[in-house]
Design a protein around this ligand. Structure first.
Ligand code: NDP
Length: 246
């Protein structure tokens, strides 16, 4: 085990999109970073290379967050490699659009498996592992307030995440560990663009008073605030980083 005095963060789903930006930002803020991914090893390796090129420390770690054994292995490897863990950002998530019909029940099952079961597993392991001063941050979504057709499975899974965050904050009473969620509005990533026409993208982008999509970096900045020294008194909150979208 290589013990370190450097703060250490685990970011799930950090091979691309918002997770990638979070990993880069936390590394910039001085954290050694575990860069988790599901299947895109090459992209995760590139995030690690980008962090190392800036003088930081990082490692790519494959694990499906919906699988309990994989999540346990993920945390074991983090501790073996870095010797400590200070912040866990459960960012990995999926979005598949589907109406609420009998035929679409598998879409709900998939959304719950990754977004909700995955959040449970990662946050539970974070709660077991983190010591005093630890930070747990989960990703929800501002689309909860909009209830758009087709978002039923996704919204159900993210509403569950917001519930878990508040309960876990209470369960960790006395441990000096904060538990919060960040709920982005529409952000320019694969997850958002997939399956949308240019017109749909434009109309959603125009909904917020700021009249544009968010950038991954803008969500990473909110998360770095919660993970850093300035976020110490913020607990059991859902921070809606969304340009005023909802
Ligand atoms: P992307 O689709 O761009 O990236 C998803 C990331 O999650 C990838 O790194 C992917 O890994 C990883 N991932 C997916 N499934 C799993 C799994 N089972 N186990 C481990 N990793 C997994 O998504 P975004 O960056 O847009 O989204 C990040 C988070 O932000 C999600 O929780 C999403 O719901 C939330 N969010 C996004 C919004 C947006 O508009 N983009 C708005 C509101 C919330 P790999 O590359 O290996 O597939």
């Amino acid at each position: 085990m290589t013990a370190t005095t450097q703060n250490v963060a685990l970011v799930t789903g950090a091979s691309r999109g918002i997770g990638r930006a979070i990993a880069l930002k936390l590394a910039e803020d001085g954290f050694a970073v575990g860069v988790n991914y599901a299947g895109n090893a090459g992209m995760a390796d590139q995030v690690v290379a980008d962090i190392e090129a800036n003088g930081g420390r990082a490692m790519a770690l494959q694990a499906d967050i919906g699988d309990a054994e994989s999540v346990a292995r993920l945390f074991d490897t983090m501790l073996e490699t870095f010797g400590r863990l200070d912040a866990v950002v459960n960012n990995a998530g999926i979005l598949q659009m589907a109406g609420i019909t009998t035929d679409n029940i598998e879409v709900l099952d998939r959304a719950l498996a990754t977004n909700l079961r995955g959040s449970w597993l990662v946050m539970a392991k974070a709660a077991e592992t983190l010591s005093e001063g630890g930070r747990i941050i989960a990703l929800s979504s501002s689309v909860l307030a909009r209830s758009f057709p087709g978002y039923g499975a996704y919204i159900a899974s993210k509403a569950g995440v917001e519930g878990l965050v508040k309960v876990l904050a209470n369960e960790l009473r006395g441990r000096d560990i904060t538990v919060n969620a960040v709920a982005p509005g529409p952000v320019a990533t694969d997850l958002f663009f997939q399956g949308k026409s240019d017109e749909q993208v434009e109309s959603i982008a125009a909904m917020a008073p700021l009249e544009r999509l968010g950038q991954p970096k803008e969500i990473a900045d909110a998360i770095a605030f919660l993970a850093g020294p300035q976020g110490s008194w913020i607990n059991a909150q859902v921070l809606r980083a969304n340009g005023g979208f909802a």
